[in-house]
Design a protein around this ligand. Structure first.
Ligand code: NAD
Length: 520
């Protein structure tokens, strides 16, 4: 596998950005540095916002909100319909930019843009269904109902690993719900954010949406904090590490703002004796090694019955040893080659050096805790790309679920532990601080049903005979415990972006009081 020459990557990136409506970013000077994990090199410089600029942007968004909330929901849906159309048109380019900036393989970069299109479709339909209940009143001549009203300015903070989808999950619903959106993307994925904002600006221009309805604030934690602390931001929807959530949550709570948290996961698969092992191995390898282990839903723990553990580990090891690792894109030679997938590559780079150091430290700690490294565990392609961090997905057998297994290391490390009894497997499964996604491989109906029952997995997502990663639009996405409790994208997630008003209307000539209270 080869890593592209950095200069060619820079040229391709500038061409893609220009087609997406982002022009002439400087390569030098002040500002934030946009890098690619594919080569580890710099791509461009981007303006960093100050706290004062964040305040002005939130002010403009508040003004836009006042205009937008008066536009009927189905008409607001037209903005998101236009965004969906633009995403269809630019899917190849935006998907390539995701690969360049987040290191995802071509298919996953495109998949992320498809997910944006899917949420736009869902949100357009939702724009005609922002309805509440009519409730029977105990008082004669009275009617009780609820209405859902636009909420205000929504502050979106997002992580590097889903640089475009997470914004769209929030923004598509927020816009149809009548809100304005101020987005602080990860400082590691600035260019994809600029591209999304450019597409949204074009959609807004087409439908005549108010100026300032959608805005970006760029920078690190301090810019996020300026957004978090602004009392004009009605909802903070923050996606990232549990560490970030612990910093953000008390600040928002202190001003009684609303919070939607999508934080770290430590997702497991239980593999029972009856499991279809061919299926299980495919599900496990995609969930654990795919996206180089950098999904919040990445499979990090396998809890396998002791009778099949050796067989399963041998099969995963064999699959791991053939996983092609390298640049996601076949950049080089001809203009436009950034859109071409590197033949066969399934594992791209880690996002940066800190991520690599976390991978090494976790493997050292696991082995110090009695773990055995069965496959992978090494850095590759360092000779071709000394500033990029490509690693072999690692497979480690652990005697117990020790401290390092209970922590989320955002890299491709899969820990395997055994169980003898199903209740023990469930207890081990739930005995971690995070509660995002989970799965069971079994052909035993009782085990499958028990796993997804109230007494089973304690996660927000529990799957049967598929791995924990790869959610689709339609279902509510999010998790419990240190994952933060938020739900996004499907089911009734739209309600988080609106405020509910209960209305009681008296159409009689009397004034009966509830609960039979007499007054005078
Ligand atoms: P991160 O926590 O380092 O950063 C996420 C975002 O939070 C960035 O935009 C960052 O600038 C911002 N931020 C950091 N500290 C802040 C503070 N004090 N105030 C305001 N903003 C702050 O996460 P990351 O490394 O970009 O992403 C990986 C993490 O995100 C993993 O833990 C992963 O599980 C999690 N994640 C969760 C989900 C989910 O839906 N549950 C989805 C994607 C990623």
């Amino acid at each position: 596998m080869t890593v592209p020459a950095h200069d060619e990557l820079v040229t391709e990136t500038a061409a893609i950005l220009s087609r997406l409506g982002v022009h002439d970013l400087p390569r030098t000077g002040a500002g934030l540095i946009a890098r690619s994990p594919v080569t580890g090199g710099e791509l461009a410089r981007v303006h960093a916002h100050t706290a004062a600029e964040v305040a002005d942007i939130v002010g403009a968004a508040s003004e836009a909100f006042r205009q937008w909330r008066a536009v009927p929901g189905p008409v607001r849906g037209q903005l998101v319909r236009e965004l969906g159309e633009l995403l269809r048109e630019h899917k190849a380019d935006l998907g390539a930019l995701v690969s360049i900036e987040a290191g995802k393989i071509r298919s996953e970069g495109l998949g992320e843009v498809q997910e944006m299109i899917d949420i736009c479709d869902l949100a357009v339909g939702q724009s005609r269904q922002l309805f509440g209940l009519t409730i029977a009143s105990e008082r004669p001549g009275h009617r009780m109902m609820e209405q859902w009203h636009p909420l205000g300015v929504v502050g979106v903070i997002s992580a590097f690993n889903f640089p475009v989808a997470v914004w769209s999950w929030n923004a598509a619903l927020a816009f149809v719900c009548g809100d304005a959106v101020v987005w602080k993307p990860s400082e590691k994925t600035l260019l994809t954010a600029l591209a999304c904002q450019a597409l949204l600006a074009e959609a807004a221009r087409r439908v005549g949406a108010p100026e300032g309805l959608s805005a970006l604030v760029l920078g690190g934690a301090e810019v996020g904090e300026a957004l978090v602390d602004d009392p004009r931001v009605a909802l903070i929807s923050a996606t990232g590490s549990t560490r970030m959530g612990k910093a953000v949550a008390p600040r928002v709570a202190a001003r009684f703002g609303r919070l939607l948290l999508e934080l770290g996961g430590n997702n497991a698969a239980v593999v029972a004796p009856s499991a279809d092992l061919d299926l299980a191995v495919r599900g496990i390898v995609f969930s654990a090694a795919g996206t180089a282990g950098q999904r919040c839903t990445t499979l990090r723990r396998v809890i396998v019955h002791e009778s099949i553990a050796d067989d399963l580990v041998a099969r995963i090891k064999a699959a791991y040893e053939t996983l092609p690792i390298g640049s996601p894109l076949a950049i080089g030679g001809t203009p436009g080659s950034a859109g071409v997938a590197a033949e066969g590559v399934l594992v791209g780079p880690l996002i940066d050096q800190a991520s690599y150091e976390g991978y090494v430290a976790a493997l050292d700690k696991a082995q110090a805790n009695g773990g055995t490294l069965v496959a992978g565990g090494a850095r590759v392609l360092a000779d071709q790309a000394p500033d990029a961090y490509y690693v072999q997905p690692a497979l480690v057998r652990m005697p117990t679920q020790s401290e390092i297994v209970r922590a989320e290391t955002f890299a491709p490390i899969l820990y395997v532990m055994t169980y003898a009894d199903f209740d023990e497997a469930l207890a081990m499964h739930n005995e971690v601080p995070q509660g995002l996604s989970s799965s069971i491989f079994t052909l035993n109906l009782r085990e499958a049903e028990q796993f997804i029952s109230a007494a089973g997995s304690d996660c927000g997502i529990a799957n049967v005979n598929i791995g924990p990663s790869g959610a689709e639009i339609g279902g509510a996405f999010g998790g419990e415990k240190e994952t933060g409790g938020g739900r996004e994208s499907g089911s009734d997630a739209w309600k988080a972006y609106m405020r509910r008003a209960t209305n009681t209307v008296n159409y009689s000539t009397d004034l009966p009081l509830a609960q039979g209270v007499q007054f005078g």
